[in-house]
Design a protein around this ligand. Structure first.
Ligand SMILES: NC(=O)c1ccc[n+]([C@@H]2O[C@H](COP(=O)([O-])OP(=O)(O)OC[C@H]3O[C@@H](n4cnc5c(N)ncnc54)[C@H](OP(=O)(O)O)[C@@H]3O)[C@@H](O)[C@H]2O)c1
Length: 305
């Protein structure tokens, strides 16, 4: 049987690296990873905002599935770098969708809880998006362009994505571990709640999407809803760091350029039933990340007392 070709964009990002890892373990797939600069041997260079290149790459590989893990992810900077954020998170998703349609590929795309205003929480796939920051608006525009341009698609909306992989930008957990390891105090909001999600688990959900040939919109996140403050307390516990360094504050005390939804918690029943996904607890996910950091040598450095 010929292998199914899977093209992964943004393959050097956190989720991108996890996707490559998860799919490479499965013998039925042949993986083509692309990142902005083709940084590794075996990795192709693909800027998803380059329309012609997107068509060229998809046309030459002819994948059965394209998984888009490329994104503009800096929520605060997106308020000022609007053009760039829109181009990557919306316009380029349209290019991928067009190419997927032309060459008969399924497009699996990743979106965010920031498409919601965070007033009610417990959002399902049927809840009405109402983004309150520019990043959320670009991600919603990306979803809409995709739906308009490609018939075979999956959108995985996730939130508070974290994890460890070599060379990735910092994320909430890496930030907290670094600060607490240096015995620096951290002030964390206790009025923003959500469902932290280990990137490895989201990558596994993408694998399930392909194995089950699923279509449509799915909410995929950890099952526990916690405030950022409670999350850092759990991080401190799992990484054996000093929890007394963590102080709760209110969102108003942070001078973040972009507004954040207060409660963007998800209901993930559809992913559980249609994709067969069961998420581990926050503590188990953090422990898994800690083991990965330990293996790579990153944890000794960051949790040294
Ligand atoms: N992080 C979260 O809390 C969170 C929450 C909800 C949803 N999400 C979504 O989850 C997905 C994955 O996020 P992540 O945390 O893995 O992000 P990430 O680590 O920032 O990875 C994104 C990757 O996309 C690349 N990229 C940026 N512009 C590109 C372009 N024009 N062409 C090709 N590649 C480009 C980046 O390269 P450079 O590093 O070189 O710029 C980076 O490698 C995104 O769709 C994001 O919106 C994230």
């Amino acid at each position: 049987m010929p292998k199914e070709r899977i093209l992964i964009t943004g393959a050097k990002g956190l989720l991108g690296q996890k996707l490559v890892e998860v799919f490479r373990r499965e013998s039925e797939y042949e993986i083509y990873s692309c990142d902005l600069n083709g940084r590794d041997e075996g990795s192709l260079s693909l800027d998803i905002t380059d329309h012609q290149k997107v068509v060229e790459v998809v046309g030459s590989i002819k994948p059965s599935v394209i998984i888009n893990a490329a994104a503009y992810t800096n929520v605060d900077k997106a308020e000022v770098e609007r053009e760039s954020a829109y181009k990557i998170n919306a316009t380029a998703v349209g290019y991928l969708a067009e190419a997927a349609n032309i060459f008969g590929a399924k497009l699996v795309h990743v979106s965010t809880d920031y498409v919601f205003d965070g007033i009610k929480g417990h959002y399902t796939e049927d809840s009405k998006p109402e983004p309150i920051n520019y990043y959320g608006k670009t991600k919603l525009a990306g979803e809409n362009l995709l739906i308009a341009k490609v018939t075979d698609y999956v959108i995985l909306r996730t939130q508070v994505l974290y994890g460890f992989a070599p060379g990735v930008k910092t994320n909430f957990v890496l930030w907290a571990v670094e600060k607490l390891s240096k015995k620096e105090s951290v002030r964390v909001v206790d009025d923003q709640v959500g469902n932290p999600t280990l990137a490895d688990e989201l990558a596994f959900a993408a694998l399930k999407v392909c194995q089950r040939n699923a279509t449509g919109l799915f909410h995929v996140s950890g099952f526990e809803t916690v405030s950022r403050y409670e999350f850092v307390r759990q991080i401190a516990e799992v990484f054996s760091l000093d929890v007394s360094l963590v102080t709760p504050i209110k969102s108003e005390e942070l001078s973040q350029s972009a507004k954040r939804p207060k409660n963007s918690s998800f209901i993930c029943l559809k992913a559980q039933t249609k994709l067969g996904i069961t998420m581990p607890s926050i503590k188990d996910s953090l422990s898994r990340m800690k083991r990965q950091m330990k293996t790579s040598g990153a944890v000794q450095q960051s949790t040294k007392r």
